[in-house]
Design a protein around this ligand. Structure first.
Ligand code: GLN
Length: 489
């Protein structure tokens, strides 16, 4: 049963699925292999593991493989960002507020992947309620970047990116509200995609900013992301009213198509002051590679790029302040032990349960939504949000996809931004615009910058063009080897 050609953890999802289907290896063997790696790791990527639960799921997968009723991902281990609620594992969303919380149901994305045969390996660390860019806002400690354990893996899906990069899991789910799949993928040298807003159901994703939150996969290759995303997406009208009424799609269908004549828009605003030289060099080299593959570079402008920071940091906290009002010590999660009356119970519970960044955002959000400030901040931000979306539509008249850096620098040192939340916010500048416009965006590894830290290229497509976007990344990965580089951990 064990004639796999290479270490199991070096196989891609596609390769693993093939080995499992041809029964060269069993789902239980695969699960045991990854469980052992996850347990041994000191990166802090996993928040919950259960050998018993995972092996039971693997045995069920083996039974389906034996019976010939296997799904496309049958037996492939997948770990979930702790923002997704799961019945069989604790779901904390990186917060003390939900310490030890067990959900009575699985998130739609989790149950869809399970229906395709994926075996849940465990839950992955993330910033508290997905608020952050460095995983340092997790109540359960930061995750370490496997390329340099003194550095951040990025955030908020830092556990997902680190676990995939360190081969603790073949793939992981993440969520992206303002960059939380793309930026950690870039910082850890893996591939990740955030689909069009509404593609994947938000049911069972602990809500941060509902008009922005989207689920997506992180894996080593675009091909694997296509495979996973195909199982994750599709309408969910009864449970998420913002899920798009477009049928589930096979995002692998365009993989391998030629990209001759593809028009790649290069936004001037993504290459200005503030972009570190090492990131610029790796991104420029990737663009040259695309030209060698037959693509044409088209200079474009996204003139309101800078405004995406104030706009996002008004809209996201506004929605968060409303979403997080449910954590009041009554329905679920933490409740303070000592209080005098009901109001005091709310106050003590929330003071104890939430971390500093979450409190900061609840205060900002409440402020910008309050009478007298709503027009000046929230409404204004919504108007500019629309203009940012319009700028993309103007750009897509002259190009097919947009390419640029994911972040201005490579992963910084843990603690490197000190106590300065603005430094984190500013580093989101290149991922926020696509989020505000609801567009699909991805990151693929395209080289290394200073201190041998990975650099990702961001690709942004128009609404519902994920299949093309994934092929554009796939063509690059067929011609280069960056996605195969692995950290020594
Ligand atoms: N870094 C951004 C924030 O802190 C984005 C987070 C995300 O996409 N979840 O809000």
């Amino acid at each position: 049963m064990t004639q796999y050609s290479t270490d199991l953890h070096d196989l891609t999802v596609a390769q693993l699925a093939t080995q499992l289907r041809s029964r060269k290896v069993s789902a239980v063997e695969v699960a045991q292999h990854f469980l052992a790696r996850a347990k041994d790791s000191s990166l802090g990527a996993f928040l919950d593991l259960s050998e018993e639960v995972t092996l039971a799921k693997a045995r069920a997968a083996d039974a389906r493989l034996a019976a010939g009723s296997a799904g496309v991902l049958e037996g492939v281990p997948i770990a979930h960002k702790d923002i997704f609620v799961t019945r069989d594992f604790v779901s904390t969303a990186g917060s003390k507020m939900l310490a030890g919380y067990r959900s009575p149901f699985d998130a739609s994305v989790v149950s869809r992947l399970a229906a395709a045969g994926a075996v849940t390996l465990g839950k992955l660390n993330c910033d508290e309620f997905a608020m952050g860019s460095a995983n340092e806002n997790s109540a359960y400690g930061p995750v370490k970047n496997p390329w340099d354990t003194a550095r951040t893996p990025g955030g908020s899906s830092g556990g997902s990116a680190a676990a995939v990069a360190a081969r603790l899991t073949p793939a992981a789910t993440g969520t992206d509200t303002g960059g939380s799949i793309r930026q950690p993928a870039s910082f850890c040298g893996v591939t990740g995609i955030k689909p069009t807003y509404g593609r994947a159901s938000r049911y069972g994703m602990v809500a941060f900013a509902s008009s922005l939150d989207q689920a997506g996969p992180l894996a080593r290759t675009a091909q694997d992301c296509a495979l996973l995303l195909s199982s994750m997406c599709g309408p969910d009208p009864d449970r998420d009213s913002t899920s798009l009424d477009v049928p589930a799609e096979d995002f692998s269908l365009q993989l391998g198509d030629a990209i001759d004549g593809l028009r790649i828009g290069v936004p001037a605003e993504f290459f200005g002051e503030g972009l570190a030289d090492d990131v610029r060099a790796a991104v420029d080299a990737a663009l040259k590679q695309y030209m060698a593959l037959g693509a044409k570079l088209v200079p474009i402008s996204l003139p309101r790029t800078e405004l995406s920071i104030p706009v996002y940091y008004i809209i996201a906290p506004a929605e968060a302040s409303s979403n997080l009002s449910r954590f009041d010590g009554v329905k679920f999660g933490h409740r303070a032990a000592n209080y005098t009356d009901l109001t005091d119970m709310y106050l003590q519970t929330r003071a104890e349960g939430f971390g500093d960044e979450v409190k900061r955002r609840i205060m900002i959000g409440t402020y910008v939504l309050s009478h007298g400030y709503y027009d000046a901040y929230y409404l204004q931000a919504q108007k500019i949000r629309r203009m940012i979306a319009d700028d993309f539509q103007a750009a897509f008249k002259v190009c097919d996809v947009i390419a640029g850096p994911v972040a201005p620098t490579v992963a910084w040192k843990l603690g490197g931004h000190g106590n300065d939340p603005l430094a984190d916010y500013l580093a989101d500048i290149f991922t926020l615009p696509a989020s505000l416009a609801g567009l699909p965006g991805m990151s693929l590894p395209v080289g290394f910058g200073a201190d041998q830290m990975p650099v990702g290229l961001q690709l942004i497509g128009n609404h519902l063009t994920e299949a093309r976007l994934l092929n554009v990344a796939h063509r690059f990965q067929q011609a280069t080897d960056w996605h195969n580089a692995k950290p020594v951990v």
